[in-house]
Design a protein around this ligand. Sequence first.
Ligand SMILES: NC(=O)c1ccc[n+]([C@@H]2O[C@H](COP(=O)([O-])OP(=O)(O)OC[C@H]3O[C@@H](n4cnc5c(N)ncnc54)[C@H](O)[C@@H]3O)[C@@H](O)[C@H]2O)c1
Length: 329
Amino acid sequence: MKVLVTGGCGYIGSHTILELLKNDMEVIIVDSLINSKKDVIDKIKKITGKDVTFYEIDLCDKEKLRTIFEKEKFDSVIHFAGLKAVGESVEKPLMYYENNLISTINLLDLMKEYNVKKIVFSSSATVYGNPQSLPIKEDFPLSTTNPYGTTKLMIETILKDLYKSDNSFDITILRYFNPIGADKSGLLGEDPNGIPNNLMPYIVRVAVGKLPILNIFGDDYNTVDGTGVRDYIHVCDLADGHVLALKNKKTGLKIYNLGTGKGTSVLELVNTFEHVNNVKVNRQIAPRRDGDIDACYASNELAKQELGFNPKYTIEDMCRDSYNFVKNN
Ligand SMILES: NC(=O)c1ccc[n+]([C@@H]2O[C@H](COP(=O)([O-])OP(=O)(O)OC[C@H]3O[C@@H](n4cnc5c(N)ncnc54)[C@H](O)[C@@H]3O)[C@@H](O)[C@H]2O)c1
């Protein structure tokens, strides 16, 4: 199978490519490098010993994207490309709507034109808004609290409408919970341009002294220790979920949560990180952030049943591998 991976130089995309190559799939990457670096390509080659084809293209440029559809004949698409920082999306909503929506519409339009009908899309647990009960199942009501989340929900709606209009499309929407960790090689990991937005890249940067202190936003949530609870999943388990989605025999429009089903609080994560890596992470309690919720974790039963999804890494593994990546880089 030949797969077009949009956003393949990014964190989840690059790890997924390792799994695709291990499964003897051929990979074409399109990435604008707005939040990643080109050296990821060499690292992928170093780890796997296999070649990938890379095009530096912004998906918002439809005519440039068309040249890839003309040149490369692929069977399926995994669509990771998008901006993902919640806070930035509140400050710059138009940038988020433009980048995430226009790129996706261009991609889908060209897929239709060139008769490429299989797509796996990166959605997020953020589309569940503030869930009324836990664990979160795929049929829970959807709502969002920020422009980033709204772009994900809008794209889900676009995909559903597209499928209604043309049911020869084979669409898988994967709603990720909180990916952390890194490939064992220590070469690939979460390496955002600028100050990290997610918790784990922040923790590791404090641990290695690149940032002074970790702010823990809120210690009065209704959770085990007052700090927010999330469902952290190793990025390699998440990557595996994409290969399973491509190999899934079930066609049509499918939606799966990709999480472990276990909640971990911020303090539990920081303490585990310190313990397994034998390092100190300076932290302080800061006020709650707007839009943050007490707790969020997945029911992954559907993905287990229909995809054979079976996350195997522990929180300890995730903390060890995240630190290993930053120490090596
Ligand atoms: N990391 C998370 O916590 C998380 C959680 C849920 C969903 N997601 C979604 O998963 C996807 C991948 O996330 P990630 O963590 O790997 O992010 P990332 O920022 O590391 O990777 C995204 C990649 O897309 C590229 N990109 C962005 N806009 C582009 C455009 N218009 N054209 C071409 N390339 C473009 C970036 O340069 C980057 O390499 C994103 O869509 C994100 O919203 C991520």
